[in-house]
Structures are given as structure tokens and as C-alpha cells.
Design a protein around this ligand. Structure first.
Ligand code: HEM
Length: 474
């Protein structure tokens, strides 16, 4: 991308040899070129809001509204957003574009050249708790790492890294988690058709057992409380007077989580949080290691969507399914091929399509300074599916994730990069792969709805609630 802002800021014609004579008064020193910010105009701002921001809000950031997602899938909403972002990039020569939103200044990064800086800036400078995200998330996990600042954030991040074994492809509790999958996953292949509702129920039981212990497996009351909170969080505190009721629900849910944690089996995530050194230290109450479980439940439960989409993609790509199944049959310990299928499903259909941060001090982007408090957006889905940057952007090509350094390719960010990268990445991918392996071990996925045609570009949205998979015994 050209840096046309710099060119646009310079003015005047170059001096000719005749004009540059010693007898004429010295020409004034050229003024330094100050790059100007690229600002979206009114029409562009309205288009951005109508095709990107508003649809994301209406869809629901914390609990997707199934009817809205189905309507967007039918209407091709993701295509509207991509067209808007492409047009903004072309108009501003790839420069970060400043858009005025309801909550203030938002800088949209449209060129891969700016992504490295986004991921390299420390979280103390480019913080995860951007105002709109915080408004919703603080109802669900007020003591969670994403909602935290400064030293407290760093301590909580350390607890998350250690309990989730962020740096290890295989979690230390993998054997016990596999036993949970072995007991629960047969429910998935009980009939010739697997629908999303059953997948959702099964995943929820598995997740409660992994996080809170076996006693929590059937706790539908806790599930309802968490759902109420997620639906309220979608409104980002716009519904005045609802915060107190939501806080009361959170208090009940948090007490229930604490009760389970106190008697959870030692391999569960809350038991590991309770036995973390921070839980015995002077800051234990403030750090709230067990309270981190509210995010773990949210993140692990979203694997139902990921598993449904990956199985649907495998149904439409029989050669990929066959290769994954062969790996499962061979008992490959880390299932690299199946993990690659899960990562590719996330590239096409990310669970977090937008990465939003806020600056805590003045920052500079392509020579333009922006004050502290500027929100910065990386539209990750747009970049991951950008045909100008990513080969076969709209196709299912799991092999790209088997390339060396694929996980560090900053064009792709299903888990983000740098200091805010997801600490549950390995646990999430291995749990999803384990669930898919449990289905493929005894069955072929012969078809599914919605029907996908592998010879065409894949749709921008796959509404998970409508997914049905046809299973045939092997
Ligand atoms: C496989 C599915 C998952 C995906 C696609 C995913 C994606 C992400 C992304 C993109 C972020 C960065 C968010 C941001 O910048 O605003 C993130 C953060 C986070 N994720 Fe995940 N995640 C997944 C699974 C998990 C699991 C299973 C856990 C825990 C059990 C988890 C725990 C976290 C935590 C604690 C953070 C906050 C990190 C921080 O503030 O530094 N995630 N995740």
C-alpha cells in the first residue's frame, strides 16, 4: 500500500535550476511534512456503522442471537462488511482510518503493514478492556483478566497462563479430560442425525465437568444464570436500570462456582486455580483466581459452534475427512491434521471476528499521533479472508496450518497475537479436536445442512444453530 497521505501533505512545485540562484533571497526552509490522519467522511462513517458495527451489536457479542445470525447468513452480511472495509482501504491508500463512533474515536487497521505494531505494543499501552467491550464483559467476569489493569492484570494473566497451560500443546489434565470426553461424546452419535441442540447440550456438560467438576455436569440452573448474564452483556449496559439485577445474578453464579471449586476433582480448572500459589497469597481475594472460571466457561462453551462448523466443512470435503479419520485411527497423539482443520474452520468463521483495544498513552500510527483513549480495531475476519493477502481465502485448506510458523502469521489471528493472545488456545483446539475425533472414530459424516459446495467460495457466515449433520456408521 502506498503512503499517499505523506504525498498529499506536501505542496508546491520543485525548484528549477533558474530559480535557484545565489542572488535571490534564501528560500524558506521546507516545512517538515506532517502526515495527516486519514479520517472517514460522513457517508463513509455511516456505511461503516450500517454494515459493520451495527450488525455486530445486533448479532450479540457475548451470546449470538440465532435468528439474527440466520438472517445475516441469508442476506450475506459479512460481504457488506468486507466491501465497506475494502472500499475504505482503497480510498485512504491503506492508512489506518479514523472513524467517529458513538463512544469516540476508533482507528481501523486495514493494511497488514499495521498489524505487527498492533500485536507488538505491550498490553499496558494497547489494553484489551476497550470501553464498549468492558461495558458488556464486566457484567460476566468483573474480575476476569480482560477487565483488569496494570499489575493486577499481569498477575491474573499469569494465573490464566499457568492453569490453562498456555505454552503447552497438551494440558497436564489431558488424560482426565479425555476420560470425560469418552463418557459424554457417545451422546453425539446416538442417532443418524446430529443437530446443534444436542451438540450444545453435550459440550455444556463436558465443559462444566472440566471446569467445575463432575458434580456440576447437570447444573442447568447455573447454565441459565450464565445465559441471562450473557444476554444482558449483549446490550453493553444500554438498558438502563438492569445492571443491579445482573450484578445479583452474577453474585449467585459466582457463589455457585466457588461451591463447586471447593470440592472439585484436582484435575479440574477451578481446582487448579484454587491450588495456584496466588490463591494462598495476601492478594488472593483481589486476584480472584477461581473467578477466572467465568471466562473459561464462556470460552469452552463456544466450542459447540466450532465443532459444528468443522464437522460440516469435513462433510463437504471428504478427502480432508478421510485424512483426519486416518490420523484418528492411527492414534496420533496430538492429532495435528485434525487440529489444522479446527484452525482453518476458525480462520473462515472466527469466534472473535473483531479485535478491539484502547490506547492508554499517546501512540503513533504511520507517523500520525493519536491521544490516549483511542480505540483501535483489527477486523480479524476481514484480514483472514482477504483475497488480496491470503491465497484461496474463501476455501477450506487445512494444510496451510501445517506450514512452519503458520501460527505466527499475523494475517491470521483467530487467537490474536502478542501479549493479549489467547491463553486457552491449545486447550480449546485440543478439546474441539477430541470431540470431532470421538465422532469420526465410529462414523462418517456423509452430509449436512446447510449444504456447502466445495467448488464455490464458502459462505461468509455459517449459522451454527441451523447445522444438522448426517452420520453413517463405518
Ligand atoms: C478455540 C476457541 C477459542 C478462540 C477462537 C479464542 C480466541 C481468543 C481471542 C481472539 C482472544 C483475544 C481477545 C481480545 O483481544 O479481545 C482470547 C482471549 C482469551 N481467551 Fe480465548 N479463545 C478460545 C478458547 C479459549 C479457552 C478454551 C479459554 C480458557 C479455558 C480461553 C481463555 C481466554 C482468556 C482468559 C483470554 C484473555 C487473555 C488476556 O486478556 O490476555 N480461550 N481468546
Amino acid at each position: 500500500m502506498t503512503e499517499d497521505l505523506t504525498a498529499a501533505a506536501s505542496s508546491g512545485t520543485p525548484p528549477t535550476a533558474a530559480s535557484a540562484t545565489a542572488s535571490t533571497p534564501a528560500a524558506p526552509a521546507p516545512r517538515p511534512v506532517v502526515p495527516r490522519p486519514a479520517r472517514a467522511g460522513r457517508t463513509e462513517t455511516a456505511r461503516f456503522a450500517a454494515t459493520h458495527t451495527l450488525p455486530a451489536f445486533v448479532r450479540g457479542a457475548f451470546s449470538a442471537r440465532p435468528k439474527v445470525v440466520a438472517a445475516y447468513a441469508a442476506l450475506g452480511q459479512q460481504g457488506w462488511s468486507a466491501a465497506t472495509l475494502r472500499a475504505m482501504r482503497a480510498r485512504h491508500g491503506g492508512a489506518p482510518v479514523e472513524v467517529r463512533g458513538l463512544s469516540g474515536r476508533l482507528l481501523v487497521l486495514l493494511d497488514p503493514a499495521d498489524l505487527r505494531q498492533f500485536y507488538e505494543l505491550p498490553v499496558r499501552t494497547l489494553a484489551l478492556d476497550a470501553p464498549d467491550k468492558y461495558k458488556g464483559l464486566s457484567l460476566l467476569e468483573p474480575t476476569g483478566v480482560i477487565c483488569s489493569h496494570g499489575d493486577t492484570r499481569e498477575e491474573r494473566r499469569r494465573i490464566n497462563d499457568e492453569v490453562l497451560a498456555a505454552s503447552r500443546p497438551v494440558h497436564p489434565s489431558c488424560r482426565e479430560f479425555q476420560a470425560v470426553l469418552d463418557e459424554e461424546a457417545p451422546a453425539l452419535a446416538r442417532d443418524a442425525e446430529l443437530d446443534f441442540a444436542r451438540l450444545r447440550r453435550t459440550v455444556a456438560r463436558i465443559v462444566r465437568r472440566m471446569v467445575l467438576g463432575d458434580a456440576a455436569a447437570g447444573d442447568e440452573e447455573l447454565a441459565r444464570w450464565l445465559l441471562v448474564l450473557r444476554e444482558e452483556a449483549n446490550w453493553m449496559r444500554l438498558r438502563k436500570g438492569r445492571a443491579a439485577a445482573a450484578e445479583a445474578v452474577y453474585a449467585r453464579a459466582a457463589a455457585r462456582v466457588e461451591e463447586y471449586a471447593a470440592r472439585a476433582e484436582p484435575h479440574t480448572l477451578t481446582a487448579l486455580a484454587r491450588s495456584h500459589p496466588a490463591a494462598a497469597g495476601p492478594e488472593a481475594a483481589a486476584l480472584d483466581p477461581v473467578g477466572q472460571a467465568h471466562h473459561w466457561l464462556l470460552a469452552l462453551e463456544s466450542l459447540d459452534q466450532l465443532v459444528a462448523r468443522t464437522l460440516l466443512l469435513l462433510a463437504a470435503h471428504p478427502a480432508e475427512q478421510e485424512a483426519a479419520r486416518a490420523e484418528v485411527d492411527a492414534g496420533a497423539p496430538e492429532l495435528p491434521r485434525l487440529r489444522a482443520c479446527v484452525q482453518e474452520a476458525l480462520r473462515l468463521y472466527p469466534l472473535v471476528p473483531d479485535l478491539v483495544r484502547v490506547t492508554r498513552e499517546e501512540t503513533e500510527w504511520r507517523g500520525v499521533r493519536y491521544p490516549a483513549g483511542t480505540a483501535v480495531l483489527v477486523p480479524a475476519l476481514f484480514h483472514q479472508r482477504d483475497p488480496e493477502q491470503v491465497p484461496a481465502a474463501h476455501r477450506f485448506v487445512p494444510a496451510r496450518w501445517l506450514e512452519a510458523e503458520a501460527a505466527e502469521d499475523i494475517r491470521m489471528a483467530p487467537f490474536s497475537h502478542g501479549g493479549g493472545r489467547c491463553p486457552g488456545e491449545h486447550l480449546g483446539v485440543s478439546t474441539a479436536a477430541g470431540l470431532i475425533a470421538a465422532v469420526l472414530r465410529g462414523h462418517r459424516v456423509t452430509g449436512g445442512r446447510p449444504a456447502l459446495d466445495p467448488s464455490l467460495a464458502l459462505p461468509g457466515i455459517l449459522a451454527s444453530a441451523g447445522i444438522r449433520l448426517t452420520l453413517a456408521p463405518r
